[in-house]
Write a protein that binds this ligand. Structure first.
Ligand code: G3P
Ligand code: CA
Length: 243
């Protein structure tokens, strides 16, 4: 079944990685999942933001990891996108999980753990604890470009859906999957071809592909397989392609 996942929330219609963008995705019929990016604050709170610094998407400046959660939560993460979103904040992961629980959403929550080499080793533990606290383990898919983080998650708790982010050509995907014990890949659509699909499908490995924004690329992927999670800023294009 074709799955349509909103990238950083419904990020073409609301400011990326905010509660507004996530809620918009959850309220849009046909969208089956929401992708968000996670980092730790200085006081080790997992928060939802893509860049390592806050300058592009808030009215503040500096690195996420240098600020406490209380400090970060004062910044406006909506105005840069459109004035009507003034007052949107950098959400804590906990708020997102709470939203899923309160709304009884059945959507997939795809959590990308961002990593720039300065990460606290606490991030895996903090994310796992929170997801378990909300009893959302089966609905969550955790992935990272840092494959050591994925390995570590599976060592702490092998019960999670975990995946490897891939942004190039690799001949070692099966080896990396075995090493990390991941169960899916999330691959840039530029590198998704029939060979990879056949290799993953014959090994029981799930496939996500990002960030598929043009209809021509969406159609190329749906022609290759209808078993791929398409991650996009424009879910409406994916949903239109299903008709
Ligand atoms: O879901 C994968 C995709 O989000 C990776 O790229 O930079 O948008 O996090 P980025
Ligand atoms: Ca991401």
């Amino acid at each position: 079944m074709l799955k349509c996942c909103a990238h950083r929330g419904y990020s073409s219609r609301a400011p990326e990685n905010t509660m507004a963008a996530i809620e918009m995705a959850l309220h849009t019929s046909g969208i089956t999942g929401v992708e968000i990016d996670i980092q730790l604050t200085k006081d080790l709170v997992p928060v939802v933001i893509h860049d390592f610094f806050i300058d592009r998407t808030t009215n503040g400046q500096g690195f996420v990891r240098d600020k406490d959660y209380q400090q970060l939560s004062k910044f406006d993460a909506g105005s840069w996108f459109k004035a009507e979103y003034k007052g949107e904040k950098i959400p804590a992961l906990e708020e997102v999980l709470q939203l899923f629980k309160e709304t009884e959403s059945k959507d997939d929550l795809i959590i990308e753990i961002k990593s720039d080499g300065h990460d606290s080793p606490e991030i895996e533990k903090r994310v796992i604890e929170l997801i378990k606290q909300f009893n959302l383990t089966s609905q969550v898919y955790i992935k990272s470009f840092n494959h050591e983080i994925i390995k570590s998650i599976n060592e702490i708790d092998p019960g999670f859906n975990t995946g490897l982010l891939i942004s190039g050509r690799s001949t070692l995907i099966l080896e990396q999957l075995e090493y990390t014990r991941a169960s899916f890949i999330s691959i840039s659509h530029y590198y998704l071809d029939q060979n990879i699909i056949d290799l993953m499908e014959s090994n029981g490995i799930g496939i996500m592909s990002w960030t598929v924004n043009k209809s021509s690329n969406i159609n190329r992927i749906t022609d290759l397989s209808d078993n791929i999670v398409i991650i996009t800023n424009y879910p409406e294009k994916v949903l239109a392609s299903k008709i």
